[in-house]
Design a binder for this molecule. Structure first.
Ligand code: G3P
Length: 217
């Protein structure tokens, strides 16, 4: 499973890139607003730090403006994935950009039917929002299972990018289903490392090693 970080915070991205476990970055207009940074130079900076896909979302909702925005974003770097909303105009933009060799991430997916359309439109990634579905009393992971089944039935190359991840179990459940990517807030990636028995066990090993009076180096 690939790990993307879902943030516009360049310091967090640099820090997580240092783990060697980061495969890409996703942003959205809300995260850009939170960052307080200018969008285009920020995406360029992220693309310098991370060699994997960096999702940059269009701001318009009409086809004509979205396609121009998408082309401009795709020119920032080879690893930009243009993010478009799952609307008729967004999927039209998806098809056109995909046909011209640009990676496209179709966002705001909340149904299997929508995911089927995105795959047919040539999306590189489909982003189902599991946390927001959980928030309204629907199991977001059921959607991931349905999309994986449909994509496997037809050998669609579109990768399922699990978004709106809220906690480590979302990642574990998505991995058990076989989803290709999880995009996670920085704190959720860090939570993956944690287990109290690891901390307890390590403290004991450190203490016991001291008793040996030895050094390795
Ligand atoms: O970037 C899309 C998605 O991951 C947003 O998540 O937490 O705002 O529902 P959230």
């Amino acid at each position: 499973m690939k790990f993307f970080v879902d943030t516009g915070d360049i310091a967090e991205i640099r820090d997580l890139a240092g783990t060697g476990l980061l495969d890409g970055v996703t942003t959205n207009p809300s995260l850009i607003a939170k960052s307080g940074r200018d969008f285009l130079p920020l995406i360029a900076e992220i693309c310098d730090v991370v060699s994997g896909p960096v999702s940059a979302e269009v701001a318009a909702t009409d086809y004509e403006t979205m396609i121009r925005e998408g082309r401009k974003l795709s020119e920032i770097a080879d690893n930009v994935a243009v993010k478009v909303p799952l609307t008729p105009a967004g999927l039209r933009v998806c098809k056109e950009l995909s046909d011209s060799g640009t990676m496209v991430n179709v966002t705001l997916c909340f149904s299997a039917a929508q995911a089927l359309l995105a795959a047919k439109a040539g999306a590189t990634f489909i982003s189902p929002f599991v946390g927001r579905l959980d928030d309204v009393g629907t199991d977001g992971m059921d959607l991931i299972e349905d999309i994986m089944t449909i994509y496997e039935n037809y050998d669609f190359p579109t990768e399922v990018l699990v978004a709106s991840v809220r906690h480590p179990m979302h990642i574990v459940q998505a991995a058990k289903i076989g989803a290709h990517v999880a995009t996670c807030p920085p704190n959720v990636i860090r939570q993956l490392y944690n287990h109290p028995l690891t901390d307890k066990g390590l403290a004991t090993f450190v203490e016991d090693w001291k008793k040996t009076g030895q050094t390795i180096l």
